[in-house]
Design a protein around this ligand. Structure first.
Ligand code: ZN
Length: 158
């Protein structure tokens, strides 16, 4: 059995059987007579540390831990859908403008760039001040933690 959050289409949680050596069975659902517990896991590779009993209660606890430990930080990092839609729409409109009136598109893109850079720096500084790691900053931006650190450390590390 798997669990899903409608706002996180790329994540599918499941109770992964844990084998006697402590390692997790590679995929779920996997039937194995020798499993000794469950561990909350996700299709993205996330895995909870705690091993739960190999019972239906253990499987339910795994679901609870996926919802309570994995989902909240992902939802906190996900931009509101209505803003994503507006951003996509703006992009499409600028693509059209660039085809019809390239100089007007250039002027508009320069305007967007002027506030986008400032807001990006502010958002990174805010995330760091709130305790986000460079890995989390990079993940939110779709870049590596090294790339995020290289690019923004001057603005955020005193
Ligand atoms: Zn996940």
């Amino acid at each position: 059995m798997t669990f899903r959050c409608a706002d996180l289409p790329d994540h599918e949680g499941f109770a992964a059987p844990v084998l006697p050596g402590g390692e997790q069975a590679p995929t779920s659902p996997v039937f194995t007579k020798t499993f000794v517990g469950y561990r909350a896991s996700c299709s993205c590779g996330w895995s909870d540390r705690r091993q739960l009993p190999p019972t239906s209660e253990g499987a339910k606890d795994a679901e609870y831990r996926w919802w309570s430990r994995h989902v909240p930080p992902l939802l906190a990092a996900a931009p509101p859908k209505e803003l994503v839609i507006k951003s996509d729409l703006l992009c499409e409109q600028i693509v059209r403008l660039a085809g019809d009136r390239p100089l007007a598109a250039l002027a508009l893109l320069s305007q967007v760039e002027s506030w986008q850079r400032t807001l990006l720096d502010q958002a990174v500084a805010g995330a760091r001040a709130a305790g986000a790691s460079w890995a989390e900053v990079g993940e939110a931006m779709g870049i590596s933690k090294q790339a995020a650190h290289e690019r923004f450390r001057a603005y955020t590390d005193a």
